[in-house]
Design a protein around this ligand. Structure first.
Ligand code: DAH
Length: 341
Protein backbone atom coordinates (compact mmCIF):
# COMPACT_ATOMS: atom_id res chain seq x y z
CA UNK A 1 0.00 0.00 0.00
CA UNK A 2 1.19 3.47 -0.82
CA UNK A 3 2.25 5.55 2.13
CA UNK A 4 -0.03 8.48 1.34
CA UNK A 5 -2.94 6.16 0.72
CA UNK A 6 -2.37 4.48 4.09
CA UNK A 7 -2.29 7.83 5.89
CA UNK A 8 -5.58 8.76 4.28
CA UNK A 9 -7.16 5.43 5.19
CA UNK A 10 -6.20 5.72 8.84
CA UNK A 11 -7.64 9.22 9.02
CA UNK A 12 -10.82 8.11 7.32
CA UNK A 13 -11.30 5.24 9.71
CA UNK A 14 -10.79 7.56 12.62
CA UNK A 15 -13.32 10.02 11.34
CA UNK A 16 -15.96 7.61 10.15
CA UNK A 17 -15.95 4.71 12.59
CA UNK A 18 -17.75 4.93 15.87
CA UNK A 19 -14.89 3.80 18.04
CA UNK A 20 -14.97 2.29 21.48
CA UNK A 21 -12.07 0.84 23.46
CA UNK A 22 -12.54 -2.58 21.91
CA UNK A 23 -12.79 -1.47 18.25
CA UNK A 24 -9.92 0.95 18.80
CA UNK A 25 -7.68 -1.90 19.99
CA UNK A 26 -8.67 -3.92 16.94
CA UNK A 27 -7.98 -1.02 14.61
CA UNK A 28 -4.64 -0.43 16.24
CA UNK A 29 -3.67 -4.07 15.76
CA UNK A 30 -4.81 -3.83 12.17
CA UNK A 31 -2.55 -0.84 11.33
CA UNK A 32 0.26 -0.99 13.84
CA UNK A 33 0.40 -4.72 14.59
CA UNK A 34 3.24 -7.01 13.54
CA UNK A 35 1.38 -8.03 10.43
CA UNK A 36 0.06 -4.54 9.71
CA UNK A 37 0.95 -2.41 6.66
CA UNK A 38 3.41 -0.14 8.47
CA UNK A 39 5.44 -3.03 9.82
CA UNK A 40 5.29 -4.58 6.39
CA UNK A 41 6.70 -1.42 4.79
CA UNK A 42 9.54 -1.38 7.30
CA UNK A 43 10.35 -5.01 6.53
CA UNK A 44 10.28 -4.40 2.79
CA UNK A 45 12.86 -1.65 3.12
CA UNK A 46 15.67 -4.19 3.10
CA UNK A 47 14.84 -4.88 -0.54
CA UNK A 48 15.35 -1.24 -1.50
CA UNK A 49 18.55 0.21 -2.84
CA UNK A 50 20.66 1.71 -0.05
CA UNK A 51 20.29 5.35 -1.06
CA UNK A 52 16.49 5.17 -0.95
CA UNK A 53 16.37 3.53 2.47
CA UNK A 54 16.85 6.65 4.72
CA UNK A 55 14.36 8.75 2.78
CA UNK A 56 11.55 6.24 2.89
CA UNK A 57 12.52 5.08 6.38
CA UNK A 58 12.05 8.58 7.69
CA UNK A 59 8.56 8.85 6.14
CA UNK A 60 7.40 5.45 7.36
CA UNK A 61 8.69 6.10 10.87
CA UNK A 62 6.98 9.49 10.89
CA UNK A 63 3.73 7.81 9.90
CA UNK A 64 4.22 5.15 12.54
CA UNK A 65 4.75 7.77 15.19
CA UNK A 66 1.84 9.91 14.07
CA UNK A 67 -0.45 6.87 14.00
CA UNK A 68 0.75 5.75 17.44
CA UNK A 69 0.05 9.22 18.87
CA UNK A 70 -3.36 9.26 17.26
CA UNK A 71 -4.29 5.89 18.76
CA UNK A 72 -2.89 6.80 22.18
CA UNK A 73 -4.78 10.08 22.29
CA UNK A 74 -8.02 8.40 21.25
CA UNK A 75 -7.55 5.69 23.85
CA UNK A 76 -7.05 8.26 26.56
CA UNK A 77 -10.12 10.17 25.45
CA UNK A 78 -12.28 7.02 25.43
CA UNK A 79 -11.05 5.96 28.87
CA UNK A 80 -11.78 9.37 30.33
CA UNK A 81 -15.24 9.37 28.83
CA UNK A 82 -15.90 5.97 30.38
CA UNK A 83 -14.90 7.19 33.83
CA UNK A 84 -17.11 10.23 33.43
CA UNK A 85 -20.07 8.11 32.40
CA UNK A 86 -19.52 5.85 35.39
CA UNK A 87 -19.33 8.82 37.76
CA UNK A 88 -22.46 10.44 36.46
CA UNK A 89 -24.30 7.11 36.69
CA UNK A 90 -23.24 6.62 40.30
CA UNK A 91 -23.72 10.22 41.35
CA UNK A 92 -25.71 10.77 44.55
CA UNK A 93 -28.43 13.37 44.37
CA UNK A 94 -27.86 15.23 47.61
CA UNK A 95 -31.09 17.16 47.16
CA UNK A 96 -33.21 14.01 47.60
CA UNK A 97 -34.84 13.64 51.04
CA UNK A 98 -33.07 11.22 53.39
CA UNK A 99 -34.40 7.90 54.60
CA UNK A 100 -36.75 8.24 57.54
CA UNK A 101 -35.27 6.75 60.71
CA UNK A 102 -38.07 5.40 62.81
CA UNK A 103 -37.48 6.59 66.36
CA UNK A 104 -39.74 5.84 69.25
CA UNK A 105 -41.51 8.45 71.32
CA UNK A 106 -42.14 8.73 74.99
CA UNK A 107 -45.59 7.86 76.33
CA UNK A 108 -47.44 10.96 77.42
CA UNK A 109 -47.81 9.67 81.00
CA UNK A 110 -44.07 9.14 81.25
CA UNK A 111 -43.59 12.58 79.77
CA UNK A 112 -45.71 14.09 82.54
CA UNK A 113 -43.88 12.05 85.19
CA UNK A 114 -40.48 13.10 83.85
CA UNK A 115 -41.53 16.73 83.78
CA UNK A 116 -42.73 16.61 87.39
CA UNK A 117 -39.67 14.65 88.52
CA UNK A 118 -37.42 17.16 86.84
CA UNK A 119 -39.09 20.04 88.58
CA UNK A 120 -38.98 18.46 92.04
CA UNK A 121 -35.44 17.15 91.74
CA UNK A 122 -34.53 20.76 91.02
CA UNK A 123 -36.14 21.70 94.36
CA UNK A 124 -34.09 19.12 96.27
CA UNK A 125 -36.57 16.24 96.30
CA UNK A 126 -35.62 12.59 96.09
CA UNK A 127 -37.57 10.24 93.80
CA UNK A 128 -38.85 7.19 95.67
CA UNK A 129 -40.37 3.93 94.56
CA UNK A 130 -42.72 1.53 96.29
CA UNK A 131 -44.32 -1.85 95.61
CA UNK A 132 -47.57 -2.06 93.68
CA UNK A 133 -48.62 -5.15 95.62
CA UNK A 134 -48.78 -3.43 98.99
CA UNK A 135 -49.62 -4.35 102.54
CA UNK A 136 -52.86 -3.10 104.05
CA UNK A 137 -50.62 -1.72 106.78
CA UNK A 138 -48.86 0.85 104.57
CA UNK A 139 -51.71 1.52 102.17
CA UNK A 140 -54.25 2.21 104.92
CA UNK A 141 -53.33 1.66 108.56
CA UNK A 142 -50.21 3.83 108.83
CA UNK A 143 -52.15 6.48 106.93
CA UNK A 144 -54.74 6.73 109.66
CA UNK A 145 -57.27 4.52 107.90
CA UNK A 146 -57.77 1.57 110.28
CA UNK A 147 -59.71 -1.56 109.29
CA UNK A 148 -63.39 -0.73 108.95
CA UNK A 149 -62.78 3.01 108.41
CA UNK A 150 -65.39 4.44 106.02
CA UNK A 151 -62.69 6.16 103.91
CA UNK A 152 -61.75 2.71 102.64
CA UNK A 153 -64.98 2.49 100.66
CA UNK A 154 -63.82 5.18 98.25
CA UNK A 155 -60.61 3.29 97.62
CA UNK A 156 -61.81 -0.26 97.34
CA UNK A 157 -59.18 -2.16 95.42
CA UNK A 158 -58.01 -5.61 94.33
CA UNK A 159 -57.06 -7.81 97.27
CA UNK A 160 -54.44 -10.54 97.06
CA UNK A 161 -55.43 -11.76 100.55
CA UNK A 162 -56.77 -10.06 103.69
CA UNK A 163 -53.53 -8.19 104.32
CA UNK A 164 -52.24 -7.55 100.83
CA UNK A 165 -53.70 -5.57 97.97
CA UNK A 166 -52.87 -3.65 94.82
CA UNK A 167 -52.10 -0.25 96.34
CA UNK A 168 -54.98 2.18 95.99
CA UNK A 169 -52.73 5.22 96.36
CA UNK A 170 -49.05 6.08 96.16
CA UNK A 171 -49.49 7.59 99.63
CA UNK A 172 -48.39 4.15 100.87
CA UNK A 173 -44.82 5.23 100.08
CA UNK A 174 -45.12 8.07 102.62
CA UNK A 175 -45.36 5.59 105.48
CA UNK A 176 -42.61 3.39 104.07
CA UNK A 177 -40.23 6.34 103.70
CA UNK A 178 -40.88 7.84 107.14
CA UNK A 179 -40.35 4.45 108.78
CA UNK A 180 -37.19 3.94 106.73
CA UNK A 181 -35.83 7.35 107.77
CA UNK A 182 -36.31 6.47 111.42
CA UNK A 183 -38.06 9.53 112.84
CA UNK A 184 -35.15 11.97 112.99
CA UNK A 185 -34.29 12.72 109.39
CA UNK A 186 -35.91 15.32 107.14
CA UNK A 187 -38.03 13.91 104.32
CA UNK A 188 -38.42 15.51 100.89
CA UNK A 189 -39.65 12.99 98.34
CA UNK A 190 -41.87 12.50 95.36
CA UNK A 191 -43.09 9.09 94.34
CA UNK A 192 -44.59 8.44 90.91
CA UNK A 193 -46.24 5.11 90.26
CA UNK A 194 -49.25 2.96 89.51
CA UNK A 195 -52.26 2.72 91.76
CA UNK A 196 -55.38 0.58 91.46
CA UNK A 197 -59.01 0.85 92.44
CA UNK A 198 -62.18 -1.05 91.92
CA UNK A 199 -63.44 1.68 89.64
CA UNK A 200 -65.76 1.69 86.68
CA UNK A 201 -63.78 2.18 83.49
CA UNK A 202 -65.28 5.26 81.91
CA UNK A 203 -63.91 8.35 80.17
CA UNK A 204 -62.39 9.75 83.38
CA UNK A 205 -61.75 6.63 85.49
CA UNK A 206 -59.67 3.54 85.12
CA UNK A 207 -59.09 0.59 87.46
CA UNK A 208 -55.37 1.26 86.98
CA UNK A 209 -53.94 4.76 87.03
CA UNK A 210 -50.84 6.77 87.83
CA UNK A 211 -50.25 9.02 90.81
CA UNK A 212 -47.43 11.25 91.83
CA UNK A 213 -47.12 11.60 95.58
CA UNK A 214 -45.16 14.29 97.36
CA UNK A 215 -44.08 14.43 101.00
CA UNK A 216 -42.02 16.92 102.99
CA UNK A 217 -41.35 16.40 106.71
CA UNK A 218 -39.08 18.60 108.80
CA UNK A 219 -39.19 20.85 111.85
CA UNK A 220 -40.61 24.00 110.29
CA UNK A 221 -42.36 23.32 107.01
CA UNK A 222 -45.67 25.18 106.68
CA UNK A 223 -48.75 25.31 104.54
CA UNK A 224 -47.29 28.44 102.93
CA UNK A 225 -44.47 26.32 101.52
CA UNK A 226 -47.05 23.81 100.29
CA UNK A 227 -48.87 26.60 98.50
CA UNK A 228 -45.66 27.96 97.00
CA UNK A 229 -44.57 24.51 95.87
CA UNK A 230 -47.88 23.67 94.24
CA UNK A 231 -48.02 27.10 92.58
CA UNK A 232 -44.64 26.43 90.99
CA UNK A 233 -45.87 23.02 89.82
CA UNK A 234 -49.07 24.46 88.36
CA UNK A 235 -47.16 27.16 86.49
CA UNK A 236 -44.63 24.68 85.16
CA UNK A 237 -47.30 22.29 83.95
CA UNK A 238 -50.01 24.64 82.77
CA UNK A 239 -48.34 27.97 82.04
CA UNK A 240 -46.71 30.88 83.82
CA UNK A 241 -49.86 32.91 84.37
CA UNK A 242 -51.62 30.11 86.31
CA UNK A 243 -52.81 30.63 89.85
CA UNK A 244 -53.98 28.09 92.38
CA UNK A 245 -56.57 28.13 95.13
CA UNK A 246 -57.09 25.93 98.15
CA UNK A 247 -60.47 24.50 99.14
CA UNK A 248 -61.03 22.71 102.44
CA UNK A 249 -61.40 18.96 102.10
CA UNK A 250 -60.94 15.74 104.01
CA UNK A 251 -58.31 13.02 103.86
CA UNK A 252 -57.67 10.78 106.86
CA UNK A 253 -53.89 11.26 106.57
CA UNK A 254 -53.84 15.08 106.51
CA UNK A 255 -55.15 17.73 108.87
CA UNK A 256 -56.05 20.23 107.61
CA UNK A 257 -56.80 18.75 104.20
CA UNK A 258 -57.29 20.69 101.03
CA UNK A 259 -58.20 20.27 97.44
CA UNK A 260 -56.25 22.36 95.00
CA UNK A 261 -57.63 24.03 91.89
CA UNK A 262 -55.66 25.68 89.13
CA UNK A 263 -57.05 28.66 87.22
CA UNK A 264 -58.43 27.49 83.88
CA UNK A 265 -55.80 27.73 81.17
CA UNK A 266 -58.39 27.59 78.40
CA UNK A 267 -60.60 30.54 79.37
CA UNK A 268 -58.16 32.20 81.82
CA UNK A 269 -60.77 32.22 84.55
CA UNK A 270 -63.78 33.51 82.62
CA UNK A 271 -65.58 30.17 82.64
CA UNK A 272 -65.76 27.59 79.83
CA UNK A 273 -66.67 23.96 79.17
CA UNK A 274 -63.30 22.69 80.42
CA UNK A 275 -63.69 24.29 83.86
CA UNK A 276 -67.46 23.78 83.82
CA UNK A 277 -68.03 27.51 83.96
CA UNK A 278 -66.18 28.04 87.26
CA UNK A 279 -62.83 29.32 85.99
CA UNK A 280 -61.04 26.70 88.13
CA UNK A 281 -59.99 23.10 87.54
CA UNK A 282 -59.41 20.65 90.39
CA UNK A 283 -56.01 19.03 90.08
CA UNK A 284 -55.01 17.41 93.35
CA UNK A 285 -55.47 16.63 97.02
CA UNK A 286 -53.05 17.76 99.71
CA UNK A 287 -52.69 18.83 103.32
CA UNK A 288 -50.53 18.96 106.43
CA UNK A 289 -49.55 15.46 107.51
CA UNK A 290 -51.89 14.26 110.25
CA UNK A 291 -50.23 14.00 113.69
CA UNK A 292 -51.40 10.38 114.00
CA UNK A 293 -49.56 9.52 110.78
CA UNK A 294 -46.39 11.25 111.94
CA UNK A 295 -46.33 9.46 115.27
CA UNK A 296 -47.30 6.04 113.87
CA UNK A 297 -44.43 6.42 111.38
CA UNK A 298 -41.93 7.34 114.11
CA UNK A 299 -41.89 11.16 113.95
CA UNK A 300 -42.71 13.18 117.07
CA UNK A 301 -45.53 15.58 116.05
CA UNK A 302 -44.40 17.97 118.79
CA UNK A 303 -41.14 18.42 116.86
CA UNK A 304 -41.87 17.51 113.28
CA UNK A 305 -44.51 18.59 110.82
CA UNK A 306 -45.06 17.93 107.15
CA UNK A 307 -47.09 18.50 104.04
CA UNK A 308 -48.18 15.98 101.45
CA UNK A 309 -49.94 15.98 98.13
CA UNK A 310 -51.10 13.46 95.56
CA UNK A 311 -51.77 14.23 91.94
CA UNK A 312 -53.03 12.04 89.10
CA UNK A 313 -50.67 11.92 86.10
CA UNK A 314 -53.56 11.00 83.82
CA UNK A 315 -55.50 14.06 84.91
CA UNK A 316 -52.54 16.32 84.16
CA UNK A 317 -51.98 14.69 80.76
CA UNK A 318 -55.66 14.89 79.82
CA UNK A 319 -55.98 18.54 80.86
CA UNK A 320 -52.70 19.60 79.35
CA UNK A 321 -53.03 17.85 76.01
CA UNK A 322 -56.81 17.89 75.57
CA UNK A 323 -57.20 14.10 75.81
CA UNK A 324 -60.85 13.35 76.44
CA UNK A 325 -60.83 9.64 77.25
CA UNK A 326 -58.50 8.18 79.89
CA UNK A 327 -58.71 4.76 78.21
CA UNK A 328 -56.86 6.09 75.16
CA UNK A 329 -53.80 6.44 77.40
CA UNK A 330 -53.62 2.65 77.73
CA UNK A 331 -54.68 1.69 74.19
CA UNK A 332 -51.16 1.65 72.75
CA UNK A 333 -52.26 3.56 69.69
CA UNK A 334 -49.02 4.77 68.14
CA UNK A 335 -50.86 7.67 66.53
CA UNK A 336 -51.30 9.13 70.01
CA UNK A 337 -47.77 8.31 71.16
CA UNK A 338 -46.12 9.81 68.09
CA UNK A 339 -47.54 13.22 68.90
CA UNK A 340 -45.22 13.44 71.89
CA UNK A 341 -41.90 12.99 70.10
N1 DAH B 1 -54.09 9.71 98.08
C1 DAH B 1 -55.11 10.64 97.73
C2 DAH B 1 -56.01 10.03 96.67
O1 DAH B 1 -55.67 9.08 96.09
C3 DAH B 1 -54.48 11.90 97.18
C4 DAH B 1 -53.80 12.65 98.25
C5 DAH B 1 -54.49 13.58 99.02
C6 DAH B 1 -52.51 12.37 98.58
C7 DAH B 1 -53.87 14.28 100.02
C8 DAH B 1 -51.87 13.05 99.60
C9 DAH B 1 -52.57 14.01 100.31
O2 DAH B 1 -50.61 12.85 99.93
O3 DAH B 1 -51.96 14.65 101.33
O4 DAH B 1 -57.08 10.54 96.47
Amino acid sequence: MELEELKKKINEDFNNLKLNLQTLTELRAQYLGKKGPIQEMLLEMKNLPNEEKPKLGEKVNALKQAATELFDAKKKELEERLVEEQLSKEAVDITLPGKDINTGSIHVLNKVIEEVEDLFIGMGYEVKDGPEVEQDLYNFQYLNIPKGHPARAMQDTFYVDVDRLLRSQTSAVQARTMLEYGGNKDVRIICPGRAYRRDDDDATHSHEFTQIEGLVVNKDVTMAELKGTLTIMAKRLFGDDREIRFRPSYFPFTEPSIEVDVSCFKCHGKGCNLCKGTGWIEILGAGMVNNNVLSMCGYDPEIYQGFAFGVGAERIAMLKYGIDDIRSLYANDLRQNKQFK
